[in-house]
Design a protein around this ligand. Structure first.
Ligand SMILES: [Zn+2]
Ligand SMILES: [Zn+2]
Length: 155
């Protein structure tokens, strides 16, 4: 039995409905919504928060615009959707976001599973190793504490 999991939407922080697709957003979404937690969103957010046009009044891309992936016609928010599909595929194809957004138990079980393709397992192991090396993620308070600590040490 695969491990059950829910993905918290990177934009609204609610669980992405199991009946709906998981939508994977690109760097331009991250630029426009710097508080995004990961890159996998619910459909509702992509409709509510999406934008109509990447081009400003001058006929050029708006300031700071991050181009859509090569080969995609860069028009609006829809050009900046990398993927959409099942929750499992979303977290397997984008495991770093998956870990941040609640799929850690599932990703660990796939990485350890016998039926997993060796390439997929190898990538997951690499990402999980990186993740384990980071945890606990320093919060702003801890960051500040360690910074002032090192300042004191220098004196
Ligand atoms: Zn959402
Ligand atoms: Zn664009």
């Amino acid at each position: 039995m695969p491990v059950a999991f829910r993905i918290r939407c990177c934009l609204c922080d609610k669980n992405i409905p199991l009946a709906g697709d998981a939508v994977v957003l690109d760097a331009e979404w991250q630029r426009r919504f710097p508080d995004m937690n990961g890159t996998i969103a619910c459909e509702t957010c992509t409709i509510r928060k999406g934008w109509n046009c990447c081009i400003g009044r001058q006929g050029a891309f708006v300031d700071g615009h991050i181009a859509a992936p090569e080969g995609i016609v860069d028009v609006d928010c829809w050009s900046h959707i990398l993927d959409r599909g099942t929750h499992r595929a979303a977290v397997l194809c984008h495991p770093r976001s998956g870990l941040i957004q609640g799929a850690e138990p599932y990703l660990r079980s796939v990485a350890a599973g016998r039926g997993t393709h060796p390439d997929v397992a190898a990538e997951l192991h690499a990402v999980l190793q990186e993740w384990d090396a980071q945890v606990p993620v320093p919060g702003p308070d801890r960051l500040r504490a360690s910074r002032s600590h090192s300042l004191n040490a220098r004196r």
